[in-house]
Ligand binder design. Structure first.
Ligand SMILES: Cc1ncc(C[n+]2csc(CCOP(=O)(O)OP(=O)(O)O)c2C)c(N)n1
Ligand code: SF4
Ligand SMILES: [Mg+2]
Length: 325
């Protein structure tokens, strides 16, 4: 397959060898060693191909990949403000339509617009802008890379920060025990807009992730798509930089971050887990959870169990099993 071709129909990329060899997101960026964002962005533009315009909200990916006068993107790339990637991407997508209508661009040229935003820029300050984009049915695929805090500005909590996680604004001591609110369920908030395609993805399962990117692009003729990607952050989550993919995989193996898609209203878990690993396996590798007591870990396990029960209810059967004893 060459760059620019997206496979038709769901689950067409059977192996990573099916992906184009061309690199459209290249080395030399300033992301921290061990940051999983680079892998996600590289795969994303491989699937999307050359006729892609990226609209990037302010955040780690933006600052680390476009240090003037250099760029790691070999596709057109647009820096939007922190709060309006959705609206900016809408404008770019509609401008392409106008240019095609007026004959300034060939009508049959498929140019895809992808918005990329962090969790702060998506679930908090950019939520209204995203919701407007979804409501208008603008042809944009929105990719949320979720590292669960405002990392670029120094690890402040966001609406996506998980329960009990340490951040600089939710410290861990005698009184405060890290974040005291639970993580906002952004994929379900987006799904409530009834758009053609919503999915969760994880770079530890690259085949599943790239097929979701491909499907998200494929449905754009009908309306927007949204892919929520978990993004392990070595600096903010405080782990050994070699462990990014191991920790990402544990997020799904423990049920913390289930992998599913909602394709035209059809809910499907794309990575069933027969026996879950206990949540402590995920927590113990990360310094942001180092302060937890056994009782607090139990509390988190109970929340994950509840979440898994909810996913199984949506699936109509047990696709994610109990914790292995
Ligand atoms: C209106 C506005 N407020 C604050 C900032 C400062 N700011 C830039 S990036 C950022 C955090 C971004 O967090 P997130 O979206 O989660 O992306 P990450 O840095 O984690 O990749 C903040 C607070 C800004 N650029 N604009
Ligand atoms: S702070 Fe986290 S998200 Fe930002 S570049 Fe470093 S590892 Fe990546
Ligand atoms: Mg973030």
């Amino acid at each position: 397959m060459s760059a620019g071709q997206t496979p038709r129909g769901p689950l067409r990329i059977r192996s990573l060898f099916d992906l184009p060899r061309d690199e459209l997101f290249i080395s030399g960026h300033g992301l921290c060693a061990g940051c999983t964002a680079g892998t996600i962005m590289r795969m994303l533009v491989k699937v999307a191909g050359k006729d892609t315009i990226i609209v990037n909200a302010t955040g780690c990916v933006e600052v680390s990949t476009t240090r003037y006068p250099y760029s790691n993107w070999l596709v057109p790339w647009f820096h939007s403000a922190f709060e309006n990637a959705g609206a900016t991407a809408s404008g770019v997508a509609r401008a392409i339509e106008v240019l095609q209508r007026k004959g300034a661009l060939p009508k049959d040229r498929k140019i895809r617009v992808i918005a990329v935003g962090g969790d702060g820029g998506t679930v908090d300050i950019g939520l209204q802008s995203l919701s407007g984009m979804l409501e208008r049915r603008d042809p944009v695929m929105y990719v949320l890379y979720d590292n669960e805090a405002y990392m670029n500005t120094g690890i402040q909590r966001s609406g996506a920060t998980p329960y009990h996680a340490w951040t600089t604004t939710t410290p861990a001591g005698k009184v405060w025990r890290g974040e005291w609110r639970t993580k906002k369920d952004i994929a379900m908030i987006v799904a409530a807009h009834k758009i053609p395609y919503v999915a969760t993805a994880n770079p530890a399962y690259p085949q599943d992730m790239v097929n979701k990117f491909a499907r998200g692009l494929e449905v754009l003729d009908e309306g927007p798509s949204f892919i929520h990607v978990i993004m392990a952050c070595t600096t903010g989550w405080r782990f050994d930089p070699a462990l990014g993919i191991t920790i990402s995989r544990l997020a799904t193996e423990t049920g913390v971050f289930p992998l599913y898609e909602i394709d035209h209203g059809q809910f499907r878990v794309t990575f069933p887990v027969a026996k879950r690993k206990p949540v402590i396996e995920y927590l113990k590798l990360q310094g942001r959870f180092a302060h937890l007591t056994p009782a607090e870990i139990e509390e988190i396990q109970r929340l994950v169990d509840e979440r898994v029960a909810e996913i199984n209810r949506l699936a109509g059967k047990e696709v994610i099993g109990p914790v292995a004893k």
